[in-house]
Design a protein around this ligand. Structure first.
Ligand SMILES: Nc1nc2c(ncn2[C@@H]2O[C@H](COP(=O)(O)OP(=O)(O)OP(=O)(O)O)[C@@H](O)[C@H]2O)c(=O)[nH]1
Ligand SMILES: [Mg+2]
Length: 334
């Protein structure tokens, strides 16, 4: 699963990306610093896994991760090729979730595309580019099929979509294989001053990239206090990663094997046999059964073996749907 960070130029996208992924993407005080996209993995903060390890004393701990993509800044008419052209469209098409970052910090030394800071206007500029890009895709498809009688049903659907997009509405239903940008889930993130004071009238996840950079080395408790004092989301970027998982309908399951405890991200409603396939293809092919223990019961029993002894583990077949927090032991034929 991929999360793309989009927004106007010079608003802190790469700075946010670096904080999330601990990468070292170029950050500079001028527009279009990012030309090609940056790709990196962010560790999913996981208190449950840390608690599991306190009990198992596993020497190897592997957190789950999620991919972030830092996309070049968009400006008006980007869909036509202005700014850095429309290569960004392909990059956005590639992601499953969009983080739309809005500049809400006021520092006059950082140039903005407009002279004043109006996040609602900035939001609409970028959204308009997505609308126009989608309109072009729909129109191109209409051109392609307009002479084909057998495509009448699709044509009706496309015309309805075109009408919706023209009215600034996200189409309710789309033609299956049309790679629209507007239908992707989105999280609006506000990049505020360290004091969080700027009044902007836009709802979104409140964070301050600058504050996060300044407090990087602080204790988690202290960070939370500082964020709270500034009216920012107390959970900072960990909370943002959590929100991404939620929006993507992703859950975590765990394996404890030998010296390793590990978290795995999967889509909710994943069957256990497919989850087994993520661990190893042999486990899917030779799947016999799964022994499943929920995290809550693991903590109650203080260990997997103890939980087995208390009869808290359950034996499940291929079709079992993995639940968030499940600790899973796969039995398979090698
Ligand atoms: N005061 C302040 N400055 C910030 C904040 N976030 C980023 N900056 C600064 O803004 C400038 C641009 O940051 P980048 O992270 O390169 O922005 P970008 O959106 O990736 O820019 P492009 O790649 O050019 O589109 C840098 O000088 C950052 O240090 C913030 O929260 N507050
Ligand atoms: Mg950048």
């Amino acid at each position: 699963m991929k999360v793309g960070i989009i927004g106007l130029p010079n608003i802190g996208k790469s700075s946010l990306f670096n904080l999330l992924t601990k990468a070292n993407a170029q950050v500079a005080n001028f527009p279009f610093t990012t030309i090609d996209r940056n790709v990196g993995m962010a560790t999913i903060p996981d208190e449950r896994l840390m608690k599991i390890v306190e009990i198992t004393k596993s020497s190897k701990v592997r957190f789950a991760s999620i991919e972030f993509i830092d996309i070049a800044g968009l400006i008006k008419n980007a869909y036509k090729g202005d700014g850095l052209g429309n290569k960004f469209l392909a990059h956005i098409r590639d992601v499953h979730l969009i983080i739309h970052l809005l500049r809400c910090f006021t520092n006059p030394d950082i140039p903005h595309t407009d002279s004043d800071i109006v996040p609602q206007r900035d939001y609409e500029i970028v959204r308009t580019e997505l609308f126009l890009a989608d309109l072009e895709i729909v129109e191109r498809r209409i051109e392609r099929i307009k002479k084909k009688a057998e495509c009448r049903e699709e044509m009706n659907q496309l015309c309805k979509m075109k009408e919706d997009i023209n009215r600034g509405k996200i189409p309710d239903e789309t033609v299956a294989d049309l790679p629209l940008l507007l239908t992707k889930p989105e999280i609006i993130v506000l990049n505020l001053d360290e004091d969080g004071k700027f009044k902007n009238g836009v709802d979104g996840y409140r964070c301050s990239v600058k504050l996060e950079e300044d407090i990087l080395e602080f204790e988690e408790k202290e960070k939370e206090e500082l964020r709270k004092d500034s009216g920012l989301n107390p959970r900072g970027l960990s909370g943002l990663i959590g929100l991404c998982l939620e929006k993507l309908s992703m859950i975590l399951f765990y394996t404890i094997k030998g010296e390793e405890a590990r978290a795995w991200p999967v889509k909710d409603s994943t069957k256990v046999v497919d989850a087994a396939g993520m661990i190893h293809s042999d486990m899917k092919e030779g799947f016999i059964k799964a022994e499943v223990l929920n995290y809550v019961d693991f903590m109650k029993a203080e260990g997997f073996a103890q939980a087995q002894h208390l009869g808290l583990t359950k034996i499940e077949g291929k079709e079992y749907i993995v639940q968030d927090g499940d600790i899973i032991l796969i039995k398979f034929r090698a």
